[in-house]
Design a protein around this ligand. Structure first.
Ligand code: C2E
Ligand code: CA
Ligand code: CA
Length: 403
């Protein structure tokens, strides 16, 4: 067997030659691994004799126990053939475990314990015969584990994709329904993965949010947005605003607002030109959210309550937090021309906003009738495929020039 491979800084994807050591028994473990290609041999010493416990193939994960409970490696792993591995960092696993609810943590420990016993059982079975028996219960776990593996893979791809500039900001025009002018854009993320194609933000944003990856992505998106505002100004001479979606994890991040303030101060941009869209469901009563909202206001950053009415439609949020804009979700707009109830809901939301001195944006406008109704109800701004799909920056600027 050749020398142990140094994973050092080189994750997430690694190629190893047949015979290379991935880890030895008794070592502390900092990584877990998913096999993308090839085979890995898991072995241990039984009565001082080198004994193979298992041969793992593409799609299998190994080394995860040490990551979860910090215990030493209970077996060694060698590349049996040339292998390609996706490396799972302890951050990817630990943040999730730390954030998990206590019952989930407990269940995880039970499952982990089960696997440890299973490995121990295999090891002692090895001493008696050469037959490795796979328990049926283990197969039941397998299914769930494969689902988790797929998510971790997706996240590893997202992590490296972000570094390799696969994330792109798209811009969807927001139109002033009175003047019919484009006054701003909503920034919507796109991920063009060379292997997975165009992955929907509703898939990868929650994933980025479940680790801390959303933080650097959010910072990058803000930089891009500030550049975009300047670019639009340069090419059209208009001062537009950009509406940025903020994830719950960002709201909780103690540095979040300071970073925004710093970046805006270092640009020549008025804070009014960056609006933060906060989902109703990521709001909560309590100090963190209240002080964030207050600090945003003091700095002059407008706040938009996004998707209002799709969660608990908690009116006390509107009472306790001062928002500048309410965004009417597309679920109330998409059948607006055929459904009286939708019209009543839109009218009520618009009246409520006006009473509380907020402006309204309706999203998901797809046809002229919907636009006419919203206009007659006094909705201030609109956004949707009827005007334009979200566009890359150069196309968004072209659209502005032609509009
Ligand atoms: P959202 O904030 O509610 O964004 C509106 C979604 O509606 C976007 O989907 C947009 O492309 C789509 N849309 C716009 N006009 C129409 C229309 O006329 N008809 C229909 N059927 N759909 C329309 P998208 O881009 O797939 O984004 C989905 C969600 O992902 C967003 O929902 C937002 O919650 C999240 N997201 C996107 N970018 C970011 C981001 O940078 N940060 C965070 N935290 N979340 C993001
Ligand atoms: Ca939004
Ligand atoms: Ca929405």
């Amino acid at each position: 067997m050749s020398e142990k491979y140094d994973f050092g800084q080189k994750f997430p994807n690694q190629t190893l030659q047949a015979g290379e050591c991935i880890f030895r028994e008794g070592e502390t473990g900092n990584f877990a691994y998913i096999i993308d290609e090839g085979e890995v041999e898991i072995s241990t010493l039984v009565n001082n004799k080198y004994t193979v416990l298992n041969i793992l193939k593409a799609g299998d994960m190994f080394g995860e126990l040490a990551l979860v409970d910090g215990s030493p490696r209970s077996a060694a792993a060698y590349a049996k053939t040339n292998v390609v591995l996706t490396i799972v960092t302890s951050e990817q696993v630990k943040t999730r475990i730390e954030d998990a609810d206590p019952i989930l943590k407990l269940l995880l420990m039970v499952v982990m314990n089960y696997f440890r016993l299973e490995t121990g059982r295999l090891r002692s079975a090895k001493e008696e015969s050469d037959q490795i028996s796979l328990d049926n219960t283990k197969k039941e776990y397998q299914e769930k584990i494969y689902q988790a593996i797929e998510l971790i893979r997706l996240e590893s791809d997202l992590r490296s994709g972000f570094k390799q500039n696969q994330l792109v900001c798209f811009y969807q025009p927001i139109i002033d329904l009175k003047s019919n002018l484009i006054v701003g854009f909503e920034v919507l993320l796109r991920w063009f993965s060379p292997t997975r194609g165009n992955v929907s933000p509703s898939v990868f944003i929650p994933l980025a949010e479940s680790t801390s990856l959303i933080i650097p992505i959010g910072e990058w998106l803000l930089e891009k947005s500030l550049e975009a505002i300047l670019q639009v100004k340069k090419e059209t001479n208009y001062d537009i605003f950009l509406s940025i979606n903020v994830a719950q994890k960002q709201i909780y991040d103690p540095d979040f607002l300071n970073i925004i303030k710093e970046k805006i101060k270092h640009s020549s941009i008025n804070p009014k030109q960056i609006k933060l869209e906060i989902l109703e469901r990521s709001l909560f009563e309590g100090e963190t959210a209240l002080s964030l909202v207050k600090n945003c206001r003091d700095f002059g950053l407008p706040l938009v309550i996004d998707d209002f009415g799709t969660g608990y439609a908690n009116l006390s949020y509107l009472k306790n937090f001062k928002f500048d804009t309410m965004k009417i979700d597309q679920c109330f707009v998409k059948e607006l021309e055929n459904n009286d109830k939708d019209e009543i809901i839109c009218r009520t939301l618009i009246n409520l906003s006006q009473g509380l001195e907020m402006t309204t944006v309706a999203e998901g406008i797809e046809n002229q009738q919907q636009l006419d109704i919203l206009r007659s109800l006094g909705c201030n701004y609109g956004q949707g495929y009827f005007f334009s799909q979200p566009l890359p920056l150069d196309k968004a600027i072209d659209f502005m020039k032609q509009y």
